[in-house]
Design a protein around this ligand. Structure first.
Ligand SMILES: [Zn+2]
Length: 120
């Protein structure tokens, strides 16, 4: 299994569909309130403008998923929590989502396997 999955191609396809009118802003700027809150509070700022509204507040938000994570499963986490979970669990997924809190644009950026099994 690959440890990293990058969704750059899918992102380009979505933005192309937006430019050509096959998708509307309503389709691609549908971030849920919880995701917007996480973006404002715990997002990692990207050195890039929003591809939809050109806003300067584009961020990455991380979520973790794994049965063994128990309480942390599905939670939004920061780098310190990620390191802590990676030390104490065998394997889990981190989903990194790109979010613009200004217009609600959101897209899965990449997916990574973490945990002791993948350390080093
Ligand atoms: Zn935006």
């Amino acid at each position: 299994m690959r440890r990293h999955v990058d969704f750059a191609l899918a992102r380009r396809a979505v933005l192309r569909d937006l430019r050509t009118g096959r998708l509307t802003r309503l389709d691609v700027c549908d971030a849920q309130p919880e995701l917007l809150r996480a973006a404002r509070n715990a997002g990692d700022h990207l050195d890039a403008d929003c591809p939809v509204c050109s806003g300067p507040d584009l961020v990455l938000v991380s979520y973790v998923y794994g049965d063994a994570l128990r309480k942390a499963n599905g939670r939004c986490i920061d780098d310190a929590e990620l390191a802590q979970l990676a030390r104490t669990h065998e394997e889990f997924w981190r989903y990194v989502v790109e979010v613009c809190p200004d217009c609600g644009w959101n897209h899965l950026h990449r997916r990574e396997l973490h945990g002791r099994r993948h350390a080093g």
